[in-house]
Design a protein around this ligand. Structure first.
Ligand code: SF4
Length: 698
């Protein structure tokens, strides 16, 4: 006999449904949920190995103060007292939360409410800043809201799927499987991969454009100019539903052909082949992920892509649209509750006074953050220079994952008061915690997550809480109460979800993209039964809207989308004589983030056992490197040591290193120690794909 629970995979933004079965013996098995619309029963290697990551080895099971076991009362009292003291002595902006796309929406909601509505600061940012911030900014500029217009099904329905800055095969494997199956069924479907590396995703591509790092803005500007010049524009759609077309085309047309070739690194014939393919294929989906977002021009890249879809009216229709692929399991849910420092709850704008007043009325809160808070890179600078006196880090490991990781570690180490909520006792970040709070892990916690296609699914606990571990929302609610705030008496995540849903519909007069008001009075039983659904789901909705904008209806006040007239960056080259190589960081197939979970699985670790730096054979020869040598990589920010891998997949002049390994698994392997704190000027997202480095045999 076994008891089955339907839940959701905690890794990537595909958001696959999982059926977890606990046998009488306590043995847990998992399989893909055949009824979940994201995966229809499929799981990738990481999802299939979930049971190998749920043991209690290495877990933090009790609250700790200064490295010693303590109890919840004293730990929570201390957190509340130190945060309150900092606020009284230095103001609300002297405290900060750094949270995570690993949090469930209910945790995220409480964190955002506490910081923005009760502490009165917007100093809450998230590791989603490293992941999706440029997509958020691009969506808001073009659509007036952070809305993904399409669905996964569109990838299967399209005649042309463009994957730019996305190694879908390794980073969103089940979506890749769906695309590969569609291509096998309809071989005439075309797939274009735009990536400096010849990744595994290229195995199903009809065309691989080995673009120069950060050449995407120029590429999609060139495409817009081509579409305008060949009469491929949908003039009716553009006139009825958009603004700024002429200015965007004029800016794009300013790029000469030689300049386009120089900036993209692509020969004219390849450019023309790509342009004609797009021009002649109405059913086109353009997917983009971290290769687009993690750039100093990430927001412009997103808008350059969206411009081409708006120009052709290819948006919100079956098999058509720009499609942002989120990295994390709940990056989207965090965006819905306003988990970023420059957002408010329910996709409202913190810069908008009416929105701020509306949220404050709903929360009946004593104060409201009046301006955007510090984005991640600036937040850790403020920690370093002492402006932040108290910092709470939840479900993330910034000592490994933030750019300029050595600087960030020093900042956290020297901060006067650091709270870390985590499931693991020993991470690179927990070692600097003054107070360490034990959180529930996947398999133990209850809540919701939202995947890349706006689908909200339940994560359900099927294991008992170990030791004294408690949910993150409970920890924050207890601290809020101790700080003297009303409005945090939640008895269950269902209550939080109902409040979140009610806020999404509160006084919005039908003008919010994110409206799940239909769930505003959901109770525990209905919440437990909640089946995956896509937003929006307003009160009285008979069925959800699975696509947006086919007939306009954008979220700017005049309901029109905005073309963005993009200025091509002066230069995207970062290398020089001292640092002549370009570092590109990313994921591998079988590890997740900083390996705190997947590192437990021998099976997953056997795919690629060590950190590596991947060189083109020509560069390896010039540097005197052989396969499996140790190599030291250096940038102005730091050094790492790793193993050499030589491969034709790598473009000459660039080096790929996975982002996962950290000092727990290999000495000097934190690749983000090399990444400078350079950010996109609009989104604040760090640029992790185009870093100038030097390499030498170690
Ligand atoms: Fe989990 Fe993503 Fe794999 Fe699906 S594709 S099983 S969500 S890691």
């Amino acid at each position: 006999m076994s008891v089955e629970t339907k839940t959701t995979c905690p890794y990537c933004g595909v958001g696959c449904g999982v059926v977890a079965a606990v046998a009488d013996t306590g043995t847990v098995t998992v399989k893909g949920d055949p009824d979940h619309p994201a995966n229809f029963g499929r799981l990738c290697s990481k999802g299939s190995a979930l049971t190998e990551t749920i043991d209690l080895d290495g877990r933090v099971l009790y609250p700790e103060i200064s490295g010693q076991r303590d109890d919840w009362e004293r730990a929570l009292d201390l957190v509340a007292q130190r945060f309150s003291q900092a606020i009284v002595e230095h103001g609300p902006d002297s405290v900060a939360f750094y949270v995570s796309g690993q949090l469930l929406t209910e945790d995220y909601y409480v964190a955002n409410k506490l910081m923005k509505g009760f502490i009165g600061s917007a100093n809450i940012d998230t590791n989603s800043r490293l992941c999706m911030a440029s997509s958020v900014a691009g969506h808001r500029r073009a659509f007036g809201a952070d809305t993904v217009p399409g669905t996964y099904e569109d990838l299967e329905l399209a005649d042309l799927v463009i994957l730019t800055g996305s190694n879908l095969a390794w980073c969103h494997p089940v979506l890749y499987q769906r695309l590969a199956a569609a291509k096998a069924e309809r071989p005439e479907m075309k797939i274009v991969v735009i990536d400096p590396r010849r990744t595994m995703t290229c195995d199903i591509a009809d065309l691989h454009l080995a673009i120069k790092p950060d050449g995407d803005v120029a590429l999609f500007m060139g495409l817009l100019a081509h579409l305008a010049g060949t009469g491929a524009v949908d003039a009716v759609y553009v006139a009825a539903h958009t603004k700024g077309f002429d200015e965007a085309v004029a800016a794009a047309a300013g790029l000469s052909e030689p300049e386009l070739t120089m900036r993209t690194g692509l020969p004219a014939q390849e450019l023309q082949r790509f342009f004609r393919l797009f021009e002649q294929t109405p059913k086109t989906v353009t997917c983009f992920s971290q290769g687009v977002n993690q750039s100093s021009s990430g927001t412009d890249k997103v808008n350059a892509i969206i411009n081409c879809h708006l120009a052709t009216g290819r948006i919100g229709r079956p098999g058509m649209g720009p499609f942002s692929l989120t990295g994390q399991p709940n990056a989207m849910g965090g965006r819905e509750v306003g988990g970023l420092a420059n957002m408010l709850a329910a996709h409202m704008a913190i810069e908008n006074e009416n929105d701020r007043e509306r949220v404050q009325r709903f929360w009946t809160s004593p104060t409201m953050a009046a301006k955007p808070g510090l984005k991640a890179v600036d937040m850790f600078k403020a920690v370093a220079d002492g402006r932040i006196k108290a910092l709470w880090i939840m479900a993330t490991n910034p000592v490994v994952s933030m750019p300029d990781a050595d600087f960030v570690e020093a900042a956290i180490r020297d901060c006067t008061f650091v709270v870390v909520s985590d499931v693991l006792r020993h991470t690179d970040t927990t070692r600097h915690a003054h107070v360490l709070l034990p959180s529930l892990g996947w398999g133990e916690k209850d809540g919701t997550v939202t995947n890349s296609e706006r689908r909200i699914s339940r994560q359900r606990g099927f294991l008992p809480p170990p030791g004294e571990a408690r949910a993150d929302w409970w920890q924050m609610s207890e601290v809020a109460r101790r700080m003297g705030f009303d409005g945090f008496n939640y008895a269950s995540p269902a209550e939080i979800f109902a409040e979140h849903a009610a806020l999404s519909a509160f006084e919005n007069n039908g003008r919010s993209d994110f409206d799940i008001g239909a769930y505003g009075d959901i109770d525990d039983n209905a919440y437990n039964r909640l089946a995956p659904f896509q937003w929006p789901q307003p009160v009285g909705a008979v069925r959800h809207t699975s696509r947006f904008f086919a007939e306009g209806g954008f979220y700017h006040p005049d309901s029109k989308a905005r073309f963005i007239a993009i200025e091509v960056p002066a230069t995207t080259a970062r290398t020089d004589a001292r640092y002549p190589l370009t570092l590109n960081t990313g994921r591998i197939r079988d590890h997740w983030h900083t390996m705190t979970r997947t590192g437990k699985s021998a099976r997953l670790s056997s795919h690629i056992a060590e950190p590596f730096a991947e060189f083109h054979p020509r560069d390896a020869t010039e540097l005197g490197l052989s396969a499996a040598d140790l190599v030291e990589l250096e940038s102005p920010s730091g050094t790492v040591i790793t193993r050499v891998l030589i491969s034709e997949r790598q473009a000459s002049g660039s080096v790929f290193v996975p982002m996962h390994w950290n000092d727990q698994f290999a000495a000097k392997a934190r690749i983000d120690a090399l990444v400078p704190p350079l950010t996109d000027p609009v989104s604040g997202q760090p640029a992790a794909k185009n870093v100038a480095i030097a390499a030498r045999r170690f």
